[in-house]
Design a protein around this ligand. Structure first.
Ligand SMILES: [Zn+2]
Length: 273
């Protein structure tokens, strides 16, 4: 009989919650001010972040995304985005370095750091992996875009989060290891990726990161978000995800969904197989 040691293990780790106006996440006419209700209050909602630790039975260890930084106020301050996305609901045990410690891991123990994209709430801790030998993988278009501007930041891309790192790239959907596939789902940024992990007991899980922030974004019909680099590509990526869900029965794990995060098993030791 197969034991857990023969199976891919997935551990979802909450890494701190931001708050933001819902309009950033969901352009929903139902919630907008109107002529008859011009004073409508904006929605200040929780925006949880997470990373995913994946252990392959061949011994390979992977991490999906890198969370938010402890020093977000200093690093995000120059962009002004600290005012829009404060990381104001986090306990010390949730920061990424704490999470690694809880798993008894040093950064260099991770073979692959897979970054869905290089926004400040996903790539901010990437430099923990500088010169560790860990392969850092992003989409080629994301790397090109993220290095294409001068200055401190372009929107939520903060260059110092990732400049100087050796970034390996993919330019098409890529099965990195049996059962672990990076999917190109651009639109939110130049080259946002999603990750599909085929689990023996739980079936496939598809982590969308910011390709889909929320269940409400998914539809059908999909509802776009306040930050989309390429709307046409974003809608196409959503339908790509939907087709994979229909073909495989994958569980879709949204990028910043507080309601879903509360339903999932999370934290060290609470893994899916
Ligand atoms: Zn993003």
């Amino acid at each position: 009989m197969a034991t857990d040691a023969d199976k891919i293990k997935v551990t979802i780790l909450p890494t701190g919650t931001m708050h933001a106006d819902l309009t950033w996440l969901l352009i929903d006419p139902q919630r907008m001010a109107t002529r008859s209700n011009p004073g409508r209050q904006k929605d200040w909602v929780p925006v949880p972040t997470h990373v995913v630790y994946i252990e392959h039975p061949d011994g390979t260890k992977l991490l999906w995304d890198a969370g938010v930084p402890r020093d977000w106020e200093q690093r995000w301050g120059p962009t002004g985005l600290d005012q829009y996305f404060p990381v104001d609901e986090v306990t010390d045990d949730m920061w990424l370095d704490s999470r690694l410690e809880q798993l008894d891991l040093e950064p260099g123990d991770i073979d692959y750091l897979l970054l869905s994209h290089l926004h400040m709430d996903h790539a901010a801790n990437a430099k923990m992996w500088q010169d560790t030998g860990t392969r850092i993988v992003v989409d080629q278009a994301e790397k090109d875009g993220a290095l294409s501007f001068d200055g401190y930041n372009k929107g939520a891309h903060i260059k110092s989060d990732y400049d100087g790192l050796e970034l390996d790239t993919i330019a098409e959907d890529t099965e990195l290891l049996p059962g672990i596939t990076l999917l190109r789902t651009p639109g939110h940024t130049w080259g946002t990726l999603s990750l599909k992990v085929d689990l023996a007991d739980s079936g496939p899980m598809l982590f969308t990161s910011d390709s889909l922030y929320l269940r409400e974004s998914y539809g059908p019909p999909p509802i776009a978000a306040g930050i989309v680099y390429d709307t046409v590509a974003w809608f196409a990526s959503v339908e790509k995800i939907r087709a994979i869900e229909e073909q495989t029965g994958a569980t879709i794990v949204f990028g910043h969904a507080a309601d879903q995060m509360a339903e999932l098993r999370t934290g060290p030791g609470n893994y899916y197989t």
